[in-house]
Design a binder for this molecule. Structure first.
Ligand code: ZN
Length: 175
């Protein structure tokens, strides 16, 4: 269950002097939870919710930064680490950022490995395709390498070196 500045802005929690409402989360049709919200002057946002029949309430500090192209951007401050974040999560009765909930590190690392893994697979496939192509293509005309093929070859050799450098670098970092 996430509370994001994007949703809050869309719903007018930052633009009205005061605004109250309810945020509800569903899993399919099933209600997962809800939070009563009350914002004041774009300064703070109070969240009231229930956890195991216990009423809980906390005020989140809103942080404002100036956008490069004008206007104000709103952020939430994590109640635990005080970091400026765009999204807070309600899990186990607590409102925290990804990192404080212990979600951030693991999932971002998985994504990272996933992207890097995909890059490695791509480069390996690219190298293999390259080798096959070099073997098959007729590169000679009257017993000499054609100009077109020479240019192609030097460009591909550079590309291949760059690709190998990436693979070596990543492999060296334990990916
Ligand atoms: Zn935090």
């Amino acid at each position: 269950m996430s509370l994001s500045v994007f949703d809050l802005r869309k719903l007018g929690y930052f633009s009205s002097p005061t605004k109250s409402g309810v945020m509800r989360w569903y899993l399919g049709e099933r209600p997962m939870g809800s939070v009563h919200l009350f914002s004041h002057q774009g300064e703070w946002l109070r969240c009231s919710y229930q956890y195991e029949n216990d009423d809980r309430s906390l005020s989140l500090t809103l942080i404002k930064t100036r956008c490069f192209f004008g206007g104000i951007r709103f952020w939430l401050s994590c109640p635990q680490c005080k970091r400026r974040v765009a999204i807070l999560y309600l899990h186990g009765g607590n409102v925290r950022c990804r990192l404080c909930h212990g979600l951030g590190y693991r999932s971002s690392q998985t994504t990272h490995v996933g992207h890097v893994g995909a890059l490695i697979r791509f480069l390996q496939l690219d190298n293999r395709a390259e080798d096959q192509y070099l073997d098959r293509r007729s590169k000679y005309w009257k017993g000499r390498l054609t100009k077109h093929h020479q240019r192609w070859l030097s460009r591909r050799i550079k590309m291949k070196q760059a690709g190998k450098a990436v693979v070596d670098r990543l492999a060296g970092h334990g990916y």
